[in-house]
Design a protein around this ligand. Structure first.
Ligand SMILES: [Cu+2]
Length: 510
């Protein structure tokens, strides 16, 4: 393993030198080597109030279901206030979408209307639901069509999100702006003294990097050396460039979502003050962790509570993430980059906020002794277990009601991560060691450093369908689009996997 790793490093090193020497590579390789990456610390003018996505309106129909409407469309936006209009896409607006919100036990319906000029899908990232409602590449919605998935929310309060999942086009659709937050509530979370006034002391923070062309258009410049996709030099937070947030309470809860296509962030505060880490992908942690950094790879979420003093200004910042691929490979994958993300501006008088409780959501620990089986997934190149994604191939068959251990390893010299649809999992170990506090709760996406395998445990409950698969994949969208994805079905005991629809099937009606 060590040999493979150093080989990968040498390969990247040689590649870098070759690219620097060759004419075409001078700009790319020379730039990265000389500058050591992007650094916006101290260079961001926080001149725009942070946009807070509106809460989506909903109605309760005659069957008691909470009904949302979500319309995907093209748009344009002047991100920099200089008159340059960027071509974008969004839900119900020009960029990103409203925050959907529902409570555990509610049945929801979302009428997804596709007003784009091309087909897309909408996946409910982190949601436990039937495969036919999942919004993956088997639920494509044609232009002009409406798709109306429905399911009953049956999982803890959490910060989830939604985004397109069309096979081969996910990076493009997300990069243009198609994404939004989906907050779930439950009684247990509601009983805790946590900030929860949306847009006041409970704030969605969707962080995305973009490259802008001189004409103001989104540019998809790929970092050819690391091959991880687009690493932009400008951050958008909820679509805002250079955002500040006026805070009027002693404590503010930030729901951090890494909505970027490839970049990993290591979030902290400009004066390195500790904050309360209270939640991960699938909801509240068992216990509050006092930390001064939380690292998020694409698709991951964290809920944090920050203490503020009257009148002060402190900046949410991303410092170089630990990607674990070695200094040079990390650098090409954004591992040397720093960003000022969001300035928090405390008012001179702050309303009191109760202290964050120590105990949050005690969780039953899944026990590997209860696991029916262990599956191994190895990510290399653009494949998982040596296979590239095929829409009509079922890779794994899981029995409903079973608990499984999934061992996932990255055998490349560059970053990957791993996302599983339908379930939230627990992390048993990372590189053989006990997981850190940030991985102590429910997760649906986990970072994969090269040669540091993660052991995950998950239980497949409620939903089964032998013909309709769920996905597992790298959530670096360039990799996912290139085939680093597989499909599993959940079947009843004794049932065999069926046949997934052939590519090109669609959901919804015109
Ligand atoms: Cu990957």
């Amino acid at each position: 393993m060590a040999g493979r790793r150093s080989l990968a490093r040498v390969t990247i090193g040689v590649l870098a030198v070759v690219l620097v020497l060759c004419c075409g590579g001078v700009a790319v390789g020379g730039w990265a080597l000389a500058r050591g990456g992007t650094d916006t610390v101290g260079r961001v003018d926080f001149v725009r109030p942070l946009a807070v996505p509106p809460l989506a309106e909903s109605r309760v129909d005659e069957r008691g279901r909470r009904v949302f409407d979500l319309l995907a469309r093209e748009g344009q936006r002047d991100f920099h206030g200089d008159g340059r209009l960027t071509r974008t896409a969004g839900f119900d607006g020009d960029f990103l979408g409203p925050t959907l919100r529902a409570k555990r036990g509610e049945q929801v319906v979302v009428n997804v209307v596709n007003r784009l000029t091309e087909e897309t899908s909408v996946h409910w990232h982190g949601m436990h639901l039937p495969a036919r409602m999942d919004g993956g590449p088997h639920q494509m919605v044609r232009p002009g069509a409406t798709w109306s998935p429905t399911w009953t929310v049956n999982q803890p309060a959490a910060t989830l999100w939604y985004h397109p999942h069309p096979h081969g086009q996910t990076e493009e659709h997300v990069y243009r702006g198609l994404a939004g937050m989906f907050i779930l509530d439950d009684d247990r979370e509601a009983a805790l003294p946590l900030p929860r006034q949306y847009g006041v002391d409970d704030i969605p923070v969707i962080v995305q990097d973009r490259d802008f062309s001189r004409g103001g258009q989104f540019k998809k410049t790929r970092n050819m050396i690391a091959g991880i996709g687009v690493l932009g030099d400008t951050l958008l937070v909820n679509g805002t460039v250079g955002p500040y947030l006026d805070v009027r309470t002693e404590r503010v809860r930030l729901r951090l979502l890494n909505g970027s296509t490839a970049r990993t962030y290591d979030f902290g505060l400009s004066d390195d003050r500790p904050f309360a880490l209270i939640g991960s992908d699938g909801g509240l942690l068992p216990r509050t962790a006092r930390v001064d950094r939380v690292q998020l790879s694409p698709g991951e979420r964290a809920e944090i509570v920050v203490d503020l003093r009257p009148g002060e200004r402190v900046t949410l910042r991303s410092t170089p993430p630990e990607l674990g691929a070695g200094a040079l490979a990390d650098r090409f994958a954004g591992g040397a980059d720093r960003f000022d993300v969001l300035q928090l501006r405390a008012a001179d008088t702050l309303a009191a906020s109760p202290p964050v409780p120590q105990t949050l959501a005690p969780t039953e620990r899944l026990d590997p002794a209860d696991a029916e089986r262990t599956r191994r997934f190895t990510l290399t190149g653009r494949s998982i277990n040596g296979r590239s994604m095929e829409l009509d191939r079922i890779d794994e068959t899981v029995t409903r009601g079973s608990t499984e251990v999934w061992e996932v390893s990255n055998r490349d010299g560059t970053p990957h991560n791993f996302h599983v649809h339908d379930v939230q999992f627990q992390v048993l170990s990372v590189g053989g060691s006990a997981p850190p506090p940030a991985l102590s709760g429910w997760k649906d996406t986990v970072y994969l450093a090269p040669n540091r395998p993660v052991r995950l445990i998950m239980r497949f409950t409620d939903h089964s369908d032998p013909d309709m698969p769920y996905m597992y994949h790298c959530h670096l969208l360039y990799h996912e689009d290139a085939g680093m994805m597989g499909q599993f079905v959940v079947v009843e005991p004794g049932q065999r996997a069926g046949r997934p629809p052939r590519s090109g099937d669609h959901s919804g009606h015109d």
